[in-house]
Ligand binder design. Structure first.
Ligand code: ADP
Ligand code: MG
Length: 245
């Protein structure tokens, strides 16, 4: 579904991704973790063509992002992206947030887009809020709307960049529950998160990136959490800190 081959990226002189290779198969739920500034956001943004890269190749559903003829906006519309800060349009209602890209990017008519959007809003349990503006919703609700918006585009894969990091603790669960449900339904996902309990529950693979953009681990969840003695020393240190409390 996604193939990242020997990807390297620099911001000016600073290397942020270092010869990274990752394959995501259909139905995979891959958790990406690692310290702040290690390139996790950059990695998933390159997959969605929101960031360019200097070396390597990325294929999404067999289509190469690096080929000059690839229609990036069309490709991007098939890759759902959910950000830390929701990034809903504040001046549009929930329903409008859900339909605008369907109409503008996919060319759906308004009525079909609304039907699809409301169906997805139902899935995240927020249909009753369709006429509100984002500012009238809690952070957890806004993030669930952002997930519904991404799902409305019929994505082949969903990318999440720390979807719960900006939320008050009591709202984390409601957002993770939605993501867990998607995982159980077989959605292919790449999730950047520090929620290791969640990773243990739903991931089938865990990737660890260290500062400088090196992928130090790419292994099954069972290996990552169960077989800690075999992990890279940096990963052991990370796990020790994460589970200290
Ligand atoms: P993470 O998501 O793991 O915290 P990022 O992918 O956001 O890390 O950032 C990786 C590195 O790239 C960091 O050192 C960060 O400061 C740098 N970086 C991120 N975005 C930019 C940018 N637009 N310009 C220059 N440096 C950037
Ligand atoms: Mg980040």
């Amino acid at each position: 579904m996604i193939e990242i081959k020997n990807l390297s990226k620099w911001y000016g002189p600073t290397q942020v991704l270092n010869n990274s290779s990752v394959t995501i198969n259909k139905g995979d739920v891959v958790v990406v973790c690692g310290p702040s500034g290690s390139g996790k956001s950059t990695l998933i943004k390159t997959v969605n063509a929101l960031e360019s890269f200097q070396k390597g190749e990325i294929f999404v559903d067999g289509i190469g992002l690096h080929h000059p003829k690839t229609n990036l906006s069309k490709l991007r519309s098939r890759v759902g992206m959910v950000f830390q800060h929701f990034e809903l349009f504040p001046h549009l209602s929930v329903a409008e947030n859900l339909t605008i890209a369907q109409v503008k990017v996919l060319g759906r008519n308004q009525q079909d887009a609304l039907v699809r959007g409301l169906k997805m809003l139902d899935r995240v349990g927020l249909r009753a809020h369709k006429d509100k503006f984002p500012g009238q919703l809690s952070g957890g609700q806004q993030q669930r709307v952002a997930i519904a918006r991404a799902l409305s585009m019929d994505p082949i894969v969903m990318l999440f960049d720390e979807p719960t990091s900006a939320l008050d603790p009591e709202m984390v669960g409601e957002v993770l529950d939605v993501i867990v449900t998607l995982a159980k339904e077989g959605m292919t996902m790449m999730v950047v998160t520090h929620e290791m309990g969640f990773a243990r529950e739903v991931a089938n693979r865990v990737i660890f990136i260290d500062v400088g953009g090196c992928i130090l681990e790419d292994c099954s969840k069972e290996e990552f959490f169960g077989n800690t003695e075999d992990r890279h020393p940096r990963v052991k240190e990370f796990l020790k800190k994460t589970f200290k409390h």
